[in-house]
Ligand binder design. Structure first.
Ligand SMILES: Nc1ncnc2c1ncn2[C@@H]1O[C@H](COP(=O)(O)OP(=O)(O)O)[C@@H](O)[C@H]1O
Ligand SMILES: [Mg+2]
Length: 382
């Protein structure tokens, strides 16, 4: 199903085409949140009451964030000079609002184009989300743990949280898990890892969530090589719906192995110059490695801290809009010290809600059907 959205400020007139859109909103400011909730949406129709400048701004932003999303602009009268500006912004078509057939045809063409532009559905198996920042202390592990909890949706999806911060991994502490198994034990199985082997490394956390913990000490971390990480992820992928990878504050060999298998790059940044500088370098690296732009999700953590840099400053410096703004809250360190992620205990907390937005951007939806492990369906487990 394709979801389409119609936006017409303060008007009681309905959508002028024949195909009724799934949602109608009275102002463009409401569109980003609605779109975040509907990653499947492929068409936004802007009504004749939306000022051209607003339409251009909105479409420009979508071009970076969601290149496959189509924007069709309706005008009471179509003027040639506005056409050029609209096309430059990436608006697909400008149509006279009174011409029902033309509105329908434009929507159909745009939906068809989106269908062709959309990335193919991921191959069976987990989508990999790597949480990265070229700097420590910006909130990677906070994001990784809370995102994993959110993605699991109380057990509706299967999530594996992999701690690739092999020297100083915090996932075990943040989730209060016993350090008696983890990645270090994979070393002995290198080259012949299978599902049963991987299961022996995993620490179950709660419904739907397993963790693959970092080694207890830095020395053991050195043993886990790049090939082993690739092998591990390959075995994990058919077992889960999502794999969330927490990382150290630098691109190690192991991180590169994960990045190469990553579907969504969650780049965490805080509104301060050092973090911003490393985030820019990271984005440049991602570009060099040709990781697709629409798969890079900037998480602006502590977005509300009043330290001189606004969200807009950060977005401008990065040349990319933030996918999610996460507020600063003393509840975060409190939750870390108690070993229970905020998303577990307080899903309505603004920090947890930011993680829900991020999960939605990675395709996890509230009405996702319950999925069962394939292995079990096919009776592979004895
Ligand atoms: N939004 C936030 N509000 C308040 N404190 C935060 C927030 N995000 C992270 N922190 C705190 O910052 C510190 C570093 O976070 P962490 O997730 O461990 O960063 P990283 O994994 O990038 O090193 C922790 O003490 C954590 O509690
Ligand atoms: Mg960390």
């Amino acid at each position: 199903m394709t979801t389409s959205i119609y936006c017409e400020p303060g008007s009681s007139d309905g959508f002028p085409g024949t195909a009724e859109p799934a949602y109608a909103v009275p102002e463009t400011a409401l569109l980003p949140a609605l779109l975040a909730d509907h990653p499947e949406a492929q068409l936004v129709v802007l009504g004749p009451g939306v000022p051209l400048a607003e339409a251009v701004l909105f479409t420009n932003r979508q071009r970076v964030e969601r290149p496959a999303l189509g924007v069709v602009l309706l005008r009471d009268t179509v003027e040639v000079d506005m056409l050029a500006e609209a096309m430059r912004a990436g608006i697909r078509e400008v149509v006279a609002a009174g011409d029902t057939a033309a509105v329908d045809a434009a929507c159909a063409r745009s939906l068809e184009l989106s269908r062709r532009l959309n990335p193919a559905p991921p191959a069976a198996g987990a989508q990999v989300i790597t949480v990265f920042a070229g700097k420590g202390g910006v909130g990677k592990s906070t994001v990784a743990t809370n995102l994993a909890v959110t993605l699991a949706g109380g057990g509706r999806r299967r999530v594996c949280l992999v701690d690739l911060d092999l020297q100083f991994g915090d996932v075990g502490i943040m989730l209060q898990l016993p350090p008696d198994r983890g990645l270090a034990d994979a070393v002995a199985m290198a080259g012949r890892l299978d599902e049963d082997g991987v299961r022996s490394l995993i620490t179950p956390y709660r419904s739907g969530i397993d963790a693959l913990l970092a080694p207890a000490g830095p020395a053991e971390g050195d043993q886990v090589g790049r090939e082993l990480v690739t092998e591990l992820l390959g075995v994990l992928q058919p077992m889960y719906d999502y794999i969330v990878v927490d990382t150290p504050p630098y691109v190690s060999d192991q991180v590169l192995a994960a990045l190469d298998r990553t579907d969504w790059f969650a780049l965490v940044v805080t509104p301060d110059l050092p973090a911003l500088k490393s985030a820019r370098l990271t984005l440049t690296t991602f570009e060099m490695l040709q990781y697709p732009a629409e798969r890079r999700l900037v998480v602006l953590n502590r977005a509300d801290s009043e330290v001189g840099l606004t969200a807009a400053d950060v977005e401008k410096a990065l040349g990319q809009p933030a996918a999610v703004l996460m507020p600063s809250s003393r509840d975060v360190p409190l939750s870390v010290n108690r070993g229970v992620p905020l998303a577990v205990e307080r899903p309505a907390h603004p920090v947890a809600r930011a993680m829900a937005e991020l999960a939605a951007r990675c395709g996890a939806r509230d009405d996702d059907p319950v999925r069962r492990p394939l292995a079990r369906l096919f009776g592979r487990r004895r």
